[in-house]
Design a protein around this ligand. Sequence first.
Ligand SMILES: CCCCCCCC(=O)SCCNC(=O)CCNC(=O)[C@H](O)C(C)(C)COP(=O)(O)OP(=O)(O)OC[C@H]1O[C@@H](n2cnc3c(N)ncnc32)[C@H](O)[C@@H]1OP(=O)(O)O
Length: 386
Amino acid sequence: MADKSFLEWPFFEDRHRALAAELDNWAGANLGGIDHSDTDTACRALVAALGEAGWTRHSGAEAGETLDVRTLCLIRETLARHDGLADFAFAMQGLGTGAISLFGTPEQQAEWLPLTRAGKAISAFALTEPQSGSDVANSTMTATLDGDHYVLNGEKTWISNGGIADVYTLFARTGEAPGARGLSAFIVPAGLPGFEVVERQQVIAPHPLATLRFTGCRIPKSALLGQPGQGFKIAMSVLDVFRSTVAAAALGFARRALDEALQRVSERTVQGAPLFELQMVQGHIADMALDVDASALLVYRAAWAKDSGAARVTREAAMAKLFSTDQAQQVIDKAVQLHGGDGVRRGQKVEELYRDIRALRIYEGASDVQRVVIARQALGAFQGGK
Ligand SMILES: CCCCCCCC(=O)SCCNC(=O)CCNC(=O)[C@H](O)C(C)(C)COP(=O)(O)OP(=O)(O)OC[C@H]1O[C@@H](n2cnc3c(N)ncnc32)[C@H](O)[C@@H]1OP(=O)(O)O
């Protein structure tokens, strides 16, 4: 039985507590019935089910609304505790349309958000390129203005939901400005001439992923998000919101691993007594529980700060992502160890969690990128700068 006492922390309001309880019940009753044997089909089914039940409604914000980051985090934490692919399906509806929620015009929002929030369209975030993963400022894909259109040329890779998405938020270089100042953000629907999926990647946990190639692909000028040259800041602002949610998913995986470990050490006996009676085992359980609570504090501090109106939560989100993803890896590894041979048996929940967690320390800014961000913020504060 997962510990829910954190919901009493002052970060939350009654509506958050009610939502967490309702989602927990819904996930327990519904997710097991969705066939996961084909990842693409499962993702589509999960988005549709999450949409029908009203959960993806929280993934976007239209005119007059704001993204509720605590809700996003609670949903990701709860879904991750039940089902890693359900968390992925929900998360990508938010990340894929984050730039539309935060920077879209009312017309752009009205065109896409009702569909993605209802689970009737799938979205993706196309930032990474073959030669620029962490180094976004050196992205090379171009969007060249030609009359009333931009013409896209280049490749994007490791794109989550690539190949199954209906709409992509895409970042490309416009104009002559070098580095970060030369990037712009666009809304790109799937299936346009000159847009092809050239490779599907298989990774440690089942996620739809692809490399996309654009060759003379024309999109209308109205597909531009924000102003030309604002793309880098748009990408970073979106990541500032969604990095906290990655941390929340890691927290959900860790919480589930702790539950599985508690069950195991309560049931399994050694020399006639439950494993839990060994002090060494208690030490591991204590470390796991501490890591879970410390992660939760960082996750919900970042989410609460954003919901409370902080203009930027770059530092808080980076700390939450770095700590929660790294510590979840440790917690899950301990849970595997406490299961002995069963811990690495295919089909065991802790074995699944061991595969689910790994990519979270890489995507949406690898752990060392978060260290760079935190160090820059600390230095900036020390020097009295930004
Ligand atoms: C379930 C989900 C499935 C998985 C989905 C996976 C999706 C992904 O992984 S998406 C790809 C993730 N990629 C990343 O996270 C990229 C990581 N890289 C970064 O964060 C940056 O490139 C980083 C921090 C390393 C360095 O950036 P750097 O090139 O040094 O730029 P920097 O000089 O700091 O900033 C450039 C400008 O942007 C501004 N800026 C920087 N950060 C921010 C921010 N957070 N908010 C607003 N503005 C910002 C700066 O103030 C600066 O502005 P100005 O020029 O006016 O002074």
